[in-house]
Design a protein around this ligand. Structure first.
Ligand code: TR5
Length: 144
């Protein structure tokens, strides 16, 4: 165990993200997540956009100068994009449209990336659907 602990302590951020994703609540779980506390303002976050349906706030572990998460205020079973149903059409459209609004607000005129990670292999670590808006530097493709 101590060897493993030591390994993880000295692992790269990529490995620790993978570790967090693997340790996260399983994809079929409907348990509350940390984002419920952010929505309820029980935990502080830096909100950059909010309306009655969505909340956008700065990622606590930014991967670029601009890294924002956009989430629905009501999860309604949308733990991830793989759980999308027809009833989610409106909120899914609103999440993507908000990505555009936020990117413009952040001045990302040269481009940016919109990402939804799904499941363990997608490195999803929080099972409340969220759209990442990442920009402010040259991004690489393909991702890791
Ligand atoms: O890996 P996925 O796609 O699931 O993305 C989850 C994101 O949530 C990661 O980029 C984390 O850095 C981010 N995250 C996790 C927490 C958190 C956060 N962003 C803002 N504020 C946060 N708090 C207060 N707590 C977290 N655990």
């Amino acid at each position: 165990i101590s060897v493993l602990t030591s390994h993880f302590t000295h692992s790269t951020s990529m490995a620790s993200e993978k570790e967090a994703a693997l340790a996260a609540i399983p994809p079929d779980s409907d348990s509350p997540t940390i984002f419920d506390k952010i929505i309820n303002k029980e935990i502080p976050s830096t909100v950059v956009y909010e309306d009655d349906k969505v909340l956008a706030f700065r990622d606590i572990n930014p991967q670029a100068p601009v890294h924002i998460l956009i989430i629905p205020k009501v999860r309604d079973g949308l733990t991830g994009i793989s759980k999308a149903e027809e009833r989610h059409f409106d909120i899914l459209g609103r999440l993507l449209y908000t990505a555009k609004l936020v990117a413009k607000q952040e001045g990302l005129a040269e481009g940016y990336r919109v990402v939804i990670n799904d499941g363990p292999q997608g490195c999803q670590s929080v099972y409340h659907i969220h759209v990442h808006v990442i920009g402010g530097r040259q991004l690489n493709w393909p991702p890791g």
